[in-house]
Design a protein around this ligand. Structure first.
Ligand SMILES: [Zn+2]
Length: 448
């Protein structure tokens, strides 16, 4: 009996030795939790883990307890503004739970075998995945948080050590609801507002993966979505439901790609079309043609800056005269973590950072005040709270159309744009550094 208890205790130990704050252990004999110092391991979550252990005894948690644990995990994650929950398999059915908060992965807790197994089974069951399939699988389910609907997109894949799952939390309440809330400042906002007032042409939002492009596009769509306007989208995936908008989901398993979806939408008499991403020649061609024939087209594009987006469209086969005729504006953006208002402190830029800015952008920042987050209880020691965008909005004016027609390099386009009042993403970010919204180091990392 003693041996069995010891074995059970060994199997159930929540081993977090590899974590930054390795202080959480479950004592299964009495269900007691000890030494809670891991910042994201709330009392609610600890209780759910404890119940899952009790419910399952040594055989694995029952469905009811696994369901409660999953709910608790999602609630806790959303209370910290988590965008993704990672369940990383460590082998022997142990799973490490991580939250992605403001773009950074944070370790939460390691679940012992009998609990993690039940949790993964529960996830597969509610997303209608096959329990016995060795292949990667995707699914989704609806959850509730503060009486609001949250769509949870689940991906499961077999790794060397066992099955991993990633849960993307698409909580509409967490999404900025206006262009200003995204972090757009007056000048760029005006350029965008003017472009949204035009009934046709192309608006591109660009940046790397996870830089907030889709959120910006959604906000723009909501600005033009009104009675009397037929708005259609083709997306992969549909992240948020916009009332009154016809949203199409890409499904490559049946051959429904961006190009096919876009062709279908064009037969439904659209006024405004959002193409989730232009990533191939055919989609680029149809999008440009549609913009030319009286539609307002929004799309996101993988390009580092607004001027690079023009080059990227050319690389995708779009002819300069068509681009010049159709493009309204190009917005480029990045997401940067906002400093925690409770613990940010004033300091001066480091000499090497000031030198870097001087050399790269010709701006002297050595005399300005900058801020850094020290870390406090309110921000779980991270020094940050939430994120904001830094932007540049390039208006395709008549002189810039001429430059596009002449296939001019990006540098000449930017020189002309500057004469018309264009400010770069770095300059927008520097304003936010001066306002103590973001740190200089994060700005340099985002734009470097
Ligand atoms: Zn703080």
């Amino acid at each position: 009996m003693w041996r069995r208890l010891k074995l059970l205790a060994f199997r159930l130990r929540l081993n977090v030795a590899s974590l930054e704050a390795p202080c959480f252990q479950a004592s299964p004999e009495c269900g007691r939790m000890e030494n809670q110092t891991l910042p994201y391991l709330t009392q609610e979550l600890k209780k759910a883990i404890k119940n899952a252990y009790r419910g399952g005894k040594s055989l694995g948690s029952t469905e009811k307890e696994a369901a409660a644990l999953l709910d608790s995990l999602i609630n806790t994650a959303l209370s910290y503004g988590t965008s993704d929950i990672h369940l990383q398999n460590l082998g022997e059915m142990k799973v490490l739970v991580k939250f992605r908060i403001d773009g950074v992965l944070k370790q939460v807790v390691e679940l012992p075998p009998n609990i993690s197994d039940g949790l993964l089974s529960r996830l597969k069951y509610i997303t209608h995945m096959r329990l016995d399939s060795p292949l990667p699988q995707d699914g989704r389910f609806d959850a509730k948080y503060q009486d609001k609907n949250v769509v949870v997109r689940v991906s499961v894949m077999p790794t060397r050590l066992g099955e991993d799952a990633t849960l993307r939390l698409l909580a509409d309440i967490a999404r900025p609801k206006t262009l200003k809330e995204l972090g757009l400042q007056k000048q760029d906002l005006e350029v965008i507002e003017r472009a949204l007032g035009r009934p046709y042409g192309m608006i591109l939002v660009c940046g790397p993966t996870s830089c907030g492009k889709t959120t910006t596009a959604y906000n723009m769509i909501e600005r033009v979505n009104r009675e009397g306007v037929n708005v259609c989208t083709i997306e992969d995936p549909i992240e948020y439901v916009i009332l009154g908008v016809r949203q199409l989901q890409i499904d490559l398993s049946v051959g429904l790609d961006f190009a096919l979806g876009l062709k279908a939408i064009l037969r439904h008499d659209p006024d405004v079309i959002f193409v989730g991403e232009v990533r191939d020649r055919e989609t680029a061609e149809i999008a440009v043609d549609s913009a030319l024939t009286g539609h307002l087209i929004f799309s996101s594009l993988h390009a580092n800056s607004a001027s690079e987006a023009i080059t990227r469209m050319r690389d995708l086969g779009s002819r300069p005269y068509l681009l010049a005729a159709t493009m309204n504006i190009v917005v480029a953006q990045r997401l940067v973590r906002k400093l925690c208002p409770k613990c940010k402190t004033k300091t001066k830029p480091r000499r090497e950072d000031a030198a870097l800015v001087k050399a790269g952008y010709g701006i002297d920042i050595s005399k300005i005040d900058v801020h850094e987050g020290r870390g406090c209880k309110a921000c779980q020691g991270s020094g940050y709270q939430g994120r904001t965008g830094i932007f540049e909005a390039l208006r395709i004016s008549e002189p810039i159309k001429e430059l596009i027609l002449a296939s001019a390099p990006s540098s000449r386009i930017i020189d002309q744009a500057r004469k018309e009042g264009f400010t770069s993403m770095f300059e927008d970010g520097l304003e936010k550094v001066k306002k103590a919204t973001i740190s200089l180091l994060d700005l340099l990392a985002a734009t470097g």
